[in-house]
Design a protein around this ligand. Structure first.
Ligand code: PXP
Length: 245
């Protein structure tokens, strides 16, 4: 069964809109777990635009399922991860001006640096995932870093306006998943996934272990509550005929 990691960054985005103390992403994490979410994902950005140091410290103590920390390879953030010791780190590219993570990590272009970061994190007992585009070059490079997982960037698929182009992207993702698996990598996916586009992904792309979904779940949670929003996504994923069956 494909697992659901819920990215709660945007609970913190609402808090930061007023620089106040509510809503608390820690409370959101508890509700996600009570509703059956399989993990909590947060992105500690260098500019701390949503999740901050206090959040990750408390989440580490509170999260009972799995804490997945998305982060750049900046040494100051790597240092924090080594201290906090999340269950998993997902390395992502990060630009100050972007609204959200735009592309995948350029692993092939900075193999040595990423390999070193992966090793540093793994020495602390942290599982490492690399957020990459489903490109042969990047997948092959990822397999040379020692990281256990890749997270396939589903943003392009999510942004496609027609069924034809979306299907094409799904094929690219499926080919990427097969290649990754053949190289010994485990496969997660995420970015831009919603209640409308997740089924096709799960039913087409093989070997998926976990999806990381944030904006769509938090958006629904604002209207119907976090527990309902998580439950609905869990039920949707559980009702899929998985791609590798
Ligand atoms: N996975 C990664 C690596 C991400 O950077 C993000 C966005 O923070 C997500 C998943 C979740 O994306 P979305 O909020 O679009 O569901």
């Amino acid at each position: 069964m494909v697992k659901l990691g819920v990215n709660i960054d945007h609970v913190a985005t609402v808090r930061q809109a007023r620089r106040t103390i509510e809503p608390d992403p820690v409370a959101a994490a508890v509700l996600v777990e009570l509703a059956g979410g399989d993990g909590i994902t947060v992105h500690l950005r260098e500019d701390r635009r949503h999740i901050n140091d206090r959040d990750v410290d408390i989440l580490r103590q509170v999260v009972r399922t799995k804490l997945n920390l998305e982060m750049s390879i900046a040494p100051s953030i790597v240092k924090i991860a080594c201290r906090i010791k999340p269950d998993q780190v997902t390395l992502v590219p990060e630009k100050r001006q972007e609204i959200t993570t735009e592309g995948g990590l350029n692993v092939s272009g900075q193999l040595k640096k990423i390999k070193k970061t992966v090793k540093t994190l793994q020495k602390k007992g942290i599982v490492v995932s690399l957020f990459i585009a489903a490109e042969k070059k990047q997948i092959e490079a990822a397999s040379k870093t020692g990281a256990e997982f890749i997270e396939l960037h589903t943003g392009r698929y999510a942004n496609m306006k027609s069924k034809k182009t979306a299907d094409k992207e799904l094929r690219v993702l499926a080919i990427g998943a097969v290649l990754a698996k053949s190289l010994g990598l485990r496969v997660n996916a995420g970015h831009g996934l919603t209640y409308l586009n997740t089924r096709e992904l799960v039913e087409t792309v093989p070997y998926l272990e976990e999806l990381n979904i944030g904006h769509s779940i938090v958006s629904k949670a604002v209207l119907v509550g976090m527990e309902n929003a998580v439950l609905e996504m869990k039920e949707l994923i559980n009702s899929c005929q998985q791609g590798d069956n």
